[in-house]
Ligand binder design. Sequence first.
Ligand SMILES: Cc1cc2nc3c(=O)[nH]c(=O)nc-3n(C[C@H](O)[C@H](O)[C@H](O)COP(=O)(O)OP(=O)(O)OC[C@H]3O[C@@H](n4cnc5c(N)ncnc54)[C@H](O)[C@@H]3O)c2cc1C
Ligand code: FES
Length: 284
Amino acid sequence: MYLIVSKRALNDAGTTYEMVIEAPLVAKRCRAGQFVVLRLDEYGERIPLTIADYDRAAGTITVMFQPTGATTNMLKLLEPGERLSDVAGPMGRPTETAGLRTAAVLGGGVGCAIAYPVAKELHRCGIEVDMIAGFRSKNIIVLEREMEQVCTNLYMCTDDGSYGFHGFTTQKLEELIRGGRKYDTIFALGPTPMMKFACIATKPYNVRTIVSLNPIMIDATGMCGCCRVTVGGETKFACVDGPEFDGHLVDWDELIARNSFYKEEEAEKAGHVCRLTGGVRHAE
Ligand SMILES: Cc1cc2nc3c(=O)[nH]c(=O)nc-3n(C[C@H](O)[C@H](O)[C@H](O)COP(=O)(O)OP(=O)(O)OC[C@H]3O[C@@H](n4cnc5c(N)ncnc54)[C@H](O)[C@@H]3O)c2cc1C
Ligand code: FES
């Protein structure tokens, strides 16, 4: 059983939560770009969440999540002192930083939880990092102070212009590239449509663009085949071959179609009986 050490909402709107969990074996070995698979209780579904941070000495890892469906909404209701039945990991391949001197890291919404540890690792390796973080509006911004600490330049963007650059992260990126900024690699991390459009934007400039794919995962050990994606015409399992891939080679239309496969079941499950508490918890 894995103790919840702390939990907090990362903005007043409560769109994203941070949870610190005692998981010494994961904390000992994890690296940026990797994830864990959680189960709330023995009947719970397995959900993958990125390891947003870790403290090897304290034996803890940090996850950040958006309550989007049944499990993440139940996770949000757990309090420090309560325990999760499983935290398996670290899963996936770590972010590759070798040979890089300059990088841009794009994070979209809760994707900033995935972008933050990548930027932090690049920064730690002495790589010059431009971080471009995008949100729909000012009231749902998260991690601004944390991101500032792990990059050379931070560009905040909002879709509605309520804070920072008025527009999408991809527009800010194109502005920087057209202004003469050169990147060895661009990391685009966030919702699938954002990653797809980031790749379309970077293709004409021929800059290597790495994305972190988020297909449905079940076992996350390469055995069930659920997370298969097509990259460069080959079938890959995102859980063991990724989750990071060259975005210019990803078959985005297939990924988007496969991710909407269980929409009806997910909607149905959003009001199921929680065995952890015995109560019915509805997704908001
Ligand atoms: C490698 C990886 C890392 C991720 N990291 C984060 C993170 O750091 N923070 C965060 O908020 N979210 C992250 N996600 C997405 C997260 O796993 C889903 O939001 C979560 O599983 C939703 O479960 P639910 O029951 O609350 O919602 P549901 O209603 O079941 O699903 C909501 C949406 O989440 C996705 N999803 C559902 N089940 C899974 C599953 N088993 N595997 C993958 N996606 C699923 C689907 O797109 C679905 O439409 C990550 C996904 C992957 C694959
Ligand atoms: S989740 Fe089963 S093979 Fe990747």
